[in-house]
Write a protein that binds this ligand. Structure first.
Ligand code: COA
Ligand code: ZN
Length: 309
């Protein structure tokens, strides 16, 4: 993989389905994950081992992990909020656990029912328990670019949380813009501060398109040296515990932009468009993705018939 490759971690079946009001059947989830793996993803966030009372849409995480085909070359990730979630994830033989705590105290209480410090104390116990296990670890700073309750979050606090994660020995770190509050200049500044600590092969950016700046933020992060991005097929997604949350950046729109700019992703855009066009059937409503509706820039229309003189 060349140094300019943009790596997409697909999160539609986790961030996407967690906020869907209608339960997507387990067999449909499995079919979609297997098809996404075939489209070339090196990383897929499959589901969450969170409380089924908090997120009923993902109550079938263990069954989904049991049902998917493990494509060699794809890392299958699960979101984990606490030690009980880590136990369940290990039992399901996930490849990677993604630990999530917000930098904002108020959002972490709304999302996880505890302070960020208590979440991170749980992560320390998890890191002790997974040492030696065949599983990699990632830790996410949620609301890193702003909190819907508290507003701006100081970059120093974000850096301190990243340093705390690194001191626990996590393999990767994600900065998440949980409700699409980031702007490109802010992204460039924060990425420039975090990259020397984490390195481009270990840092992921997680953007939501809530205010239309998702892909602008990707480009700012990419130009600042970041290479890994979360995105959801069709632009599904959102945190059920953040008011006004809307979809992740849309995978196929991101991949189309990258390919148009000559940035490789290793992904089959045609396959992604096909899968995205099937999402309304799966979730029962239209989805935000734009390239699936407009077609790729190279999908031209027949010229209109010549006008009579
Ligand atoms: N998986 C399954 N069940 C869990 C669990 C987990 N990871 N963690 C706790 N539980 C169960 C407990 O066993 C207990 O069950 P019981 O009522 O049958 O005894 C119950 O949930 C309450 O446990 P408690 O430790 O008090 O948790 P809580 O109710 O304070 O919830 C979280 C804490 C973190 C589990 C919950 O807030 C949560 O799952 N949040 C995730 C939110 C999310 O996914 N947001 C979007 C992605 S960022
Ligand atoms: Zn998200």
């Amino acid at each position: 993989m060349s140094g300019d490759t943009l790596i997409v971690q697909e999160v539609a079946t986790r961030d996407g389905f967690q906020i869907e009001p209608a339960f997507v059947e387990t067999a449909e989830k499995i079919r979609l994950i297997d098809a996404l793996a075939e489209a070339g993803f090196s990383r897929i966030e499959v589901s969450s081992f969170v409380s089924p009372k908090a997120v009923p849409a993902l109550a079938d995480a263990a069954d989904v992990f049991a049902g998917i085909r493990r494509r060699p070359g794809t890392v299958y990730v699960a979101l984990v909020p606490n030690p009980k979630g880590a136990e369940r994830a290990l039992a399901a033989k996930v490849d990677e656990i993604n630990l999530v705590a917000s930098v904002s105290d108020t959002h972490n209480h709304a999302n996880m029912g505890m302070s960020p410090a208590d979440s991170i104390a749980g992560f320390a116990r998890i890191m002790d328990s997974v040492r030696g296990a065949p599983v990699s670890t990632n830790a996410t700073v949620a609301t890193a670019f702003g909190c819907p309750f508290e507003g701006d979050q100081q970059a120093d606090k974000v850096v301190a949380q990243v340093e705390r994660y690194l001191s626990l020995g996590v393999d990767g770190v994600t900065l998440a813009d949980t409700t699409g509050m980031a702007n490109p200049r802010q992204v460039a500044r924060l990425v420039a501060r975090i990259l020397p600590l984490v390195g481009p092969e270990r840092l992921t950016l997680h953007f939501h398109n809530t205010r239309g700046l998702g892909l602008a933020n990707v480009l700012a992060a990419y130009d600042a040296g970041a290479r890994r991005f979360d995105a959801a097929l069709g632009g599904l997604g959102g945190c059920p515990f953040a008011p006004g949350a809307t979809g992740n950046i849309c995978t196929e729109d991101l991949v189309s932009m990258a390919h148009e700019m000559g940035v490789p992703t290793g992904l089959n855009l045609d396959a992604l468009l096909g899968l995205s066009r099937d999402l309304p059937r799966l979730v029962g409503h239209d989805v935000p993705g734009q390239v699936a509706k407009a077609g790729r820039p190279c999908d031209l229309h027949p010229a209109p018939p010549a006008r009579a003189a």
